[in-house]
Design a protein around this ligand. Structure first.
Ligand code: ZN
Ligand code: ZN
Length: 409
């Protein structure tokens, strides 16, 4: 029997980042995930990484910081931290982030601290974030269970049972079983996603019309020259990489001023360590003009008010209701998994690569083409078993894109 954890480490290093000989690799990991992080370090050196730069974080330390650090620190970002990220990216370093934390780690933290720090970090790291969003270097987000998270997902189980169960669900979601071959399965999976993206690109829809029984009725205009992307992408230096493991989504950017109607979230969302649930947004000419949530409304509103672009959408993503993650029926309280179980939108920054020539455009040019820009990017889930989406072509022809939550073609 093969070791699933080792196979997972190879998957993120070889398919996720596709680490090249002589390349620097950065790994961001919670201390609780040290076993997996160490295997990733080994896998990176095995394929010839020049060196691995490790950044550890710890939920406990992070929570203490947010609760007890002096108030003025939340408006400041150390310039050398900004410099470190930027300098490594400019050297072409590949970046792995292991996303695992207590979904409620920041419960009780003053929301204005989070908002101020979000703004300070967003502004200070603007150049770096733009490099990542434009895929100048390969990056990958993957996840492993930690006890606090596992207990949130499976509150009825003991801690150990919850950890085992979450591991099983994650392995299923990332297509790892006891027989090996995950790397090849992923190549095949990426091809399937790419085929569907090609079809959508051929349709070149003018807009999409979403409807379901939650009350969603939303028209989403797509910019001229938009590109649907899926699975793997290519960095500026030509390295093929997979930014999210798992990934099931096919996504593009909407026109920032072309969305009208109402959209209901179908799953809760974690924003900076706080849960937002039961929410809907009303949009006019692309701008969110109303936002209501049954739980955590203030966190949603703070995020939508971070800057001008935060109240406009930057991503449209299609995920069949019958995707493996969705079929598991598990609510992960982790955007990496929940967004890949459901059609979603993001408010905030658009990926520049979602429009022809976008990676070479500056912010003003992208805006002129209808692409949103913001210091934030938050995915939220809207897919349901009865979601229908029509694609409307330039000549008025209507093509069924989704019926009953799944692709209609
Ligand atoms: Zn997405
Ligand atoms: Zn997104």
């Amino acid at each position: 029997m093969i070791n699933r954890l080792e196979e997972y480490a190879h998957l993120v290093i070889e398919i996720g980042l596709n680490v090249q000989k002589g390349q620097i690799v950065i790994i961001n990991s919670p201390v609780e995930c040290a076993e997996f992080a160490r295997l990733c370090v080994k896998a990176a050196y095995e394929v010839g990484a020049q060196q691995v730069v490790m950044n550890w974080r710890d939920d406990v330390v992070v929570r203490e910081y947010w609760l007890h650090a002096a108030d003025e620190v939340f408006d400041e970002v150390f310039p050398w931290e900004v410099q470190k990220n930027l300098a490594l990216a400019k050297r072409g370093a590949a970046r792995l982030s292991i996303a695992a934390s207590n979904p409620e780690n920041l419960k009780g933290v003053d929301p204005s601290r989070l908002a101020r720090a979000g703004k300070a970090h967003g502004e200070a790291n603007k150049e770096f974030t733009e490099m990542m969003m434009a895929s100048e270097v390969p990056w990958c987000v993957a996840s492993v269970p930690v006890p606090s998270w596992a207990k949130k997902v499976f509150p009825e189980l003991s801690e150990q049972e919850a950890m085992d169960r979450l591991w099983d669900e994650i392995y299923k979601a990332i297509r790892i079983d006891d027989n090996g071959g995950a790397v090849d399965r992923w190549r095949e999976h990426c091809r399937t996603l790419a085929d569907r993206a090609h079809k959508l690109n051929d349709y070149a829809f003018k807009y999409l019309h979403y409807k379901n029984s939650l009350g969603t009725d939303l028209k989403v205009e797509l910019p001229v020259g938009h590109i649907w992307e899926a699975g793997s992408e290519r960095s500026k230096s030509g390295i093929e990489f997979v930014a999210n493991i798992p990934t099931e989504e096919i996504f593009t950017a909407p026109r920032l001023d072309g969305i009208n109607g109402i959209v209901y979230a179908s799953k809760p969302l974690v924003i900076g360590g706080n849960i937002v649930d039961g929410f809907h947004l009303v949009l006019k000419a692309g701008k969110v003009v109303e936002a209501h949530a049954q739980v955590g409304e203030e966190f949603l509103k703070h995020e939508l008010e971070l800057d001008e672009g935060a109240s406009h959408f930057g991503e449209v993503a299609l995920v069949p209701f019958d995707s493996p993650i969705s079929n598991s029926g598990v609510l992960f309280y982790n955007t990496l998994f929940d967004e890949n179980a459901s059609c979603h939108f993001a408010f905030g920054e658009a990926y520049p690569t979602c429009i022809r020539g976008g990676a070479e455009m500056d912010e003003e040019q992208r805006k002129a083409h209808g692409l949103n820009s913001s210091i934030t990017h938050v995915d939220f889930m809207v897919g349901t078993s009865d979601l229908s989406i029509d694609g409307i072509k330039e000549n008025g022809e209507i093509v069924p894109v989704f019926r009953n939550g799944n692709f209609a073609f």
